[in-house]
Design a protein around this ligand. Structure first.
Ligand code: ATP
Length: 262
């Protein structure tokens, strides 16, 4: 279990607390009693191969699906009992592209701002700020359709930041992008943790997106098979690298859970 830091204005409350969460699609079990926490102002990687349950977990955290088994809290607010309070603190970038291609960058963002009840003047100010954060200033009037895949992703990230969330979820945000765009987006998101104190939960199956001092949560076929700092997970599996640890964990789901100690 990760150590949740105190003295950061959050009174030790986890940014995300997932407790014994299960989810099934009919007879198919997609998540099985998954429990973990992520700390405020941290970067946590959700590692899992295709079908591991990452998107299902994000759909539950974002209240797209109802959590029927277990509980999910965002900064202490239960997603079922207080969805408004919980979701106000959450920003999300889904794997599938969601910009309206016929609208400009500005129009895409201002539509989202109005959904969050942000007034026009405030929205203009915030749109300038978030586009600067994702290094897309000057693209406000471009049609979404004219942007590259990497630029579209940056606009989606800007949109997710508009309502100033404290927890940002990104589901395979770099899929389909070239190496340079991937690295740029990842660096940009890591900077947000350092400069804004946002908690980031970054889902991927790409091991090169994991840094040595990251926290990781590893899912395999719906089971949580490891959690902790990279070094802890590597040590617990007897591997030499996180890549090797991930391969072992993804290939040996029936083995005892090598959960890293706090
Ligand atoms: N709507 C659905 N109906 C039935 N089964 C589903 C549905 N969505 C996901 N599943 C199944 O649930 C399991 C977890 O899928 P999920 O999409 O959450 O995994 P993932 O880790 O996000 O993988 P990917 O990166 O391929 O999207 C898989 O076995 C998948 O086939």
């Amino acid at each position: 279990m990760q150590h949740v830091r105190t003295g950061d204005g959050t009174n030790g409350v986890a940014a995300l607390d997932v407790a014994a969460v299960s989810h099934s699609y009919g007879a198919r079990r997609a998540l099985n009693e998954v429990s973990f926490q992520i700390a405020p102002a941290s970067f946590t990687v959700l590692l899992g191969l295709n079908g591991a349950g990452k998107t299902t977990l994000f759909s539950l955290v974002s209240h797209l699906y109802d959590t029927r088994h277990g509980s999910i809290r965002i900064f202490g607010h239960d997603i079922r009992r207080a969805p408004g309070e919980a979701l106000r603190r959450l920003g999300i970038v889904f794997q599938a592209r969601t910009l309206d291609l016929d609208l400009s960058v500005y129009q895409n963002l201002s539509y989202h701002a109005s959904l969050h009840g942000i007034g026009a003047a405030d929205a203009r100010r915030r749109i300038d700020a978030v586009l600067e954060t994702v290094e897309m200033s000057g693209k406000q009037h471009d049609k979404a359709r004219s942007l590259s895949g990497g630029q579209m992703r940056r606009v989606e990230i800007a949109r997710a930041l508009l309502h100033q969330p404290h927890l940002l979820l990104l589901d395979e945000a770099t899929v389909g992008l070239d190496v340079q765009s991937r690295a740029g987006i990842l660096a940009n998101i890591r900077k947000l943790v350092a400069t804004e104190g946002i908690s980031v939960f970054w889902a991927t199956h790409l091991i090169d997106e994991v840094d040595d001092d990251d926290h990781v949560v590893v899912l395999a076929e719906g089971n949580l098979v490891a959690k902790g700092y990279v070094a802890e997970v590597v040590a617990a599996t007897g591997a030499r690298t996180i890549g090797e640890a991930f391969s072992r964990l993804s290939g040996k789901q029936s083995a005892a859970s090598p959960e890293a100690s706090p």
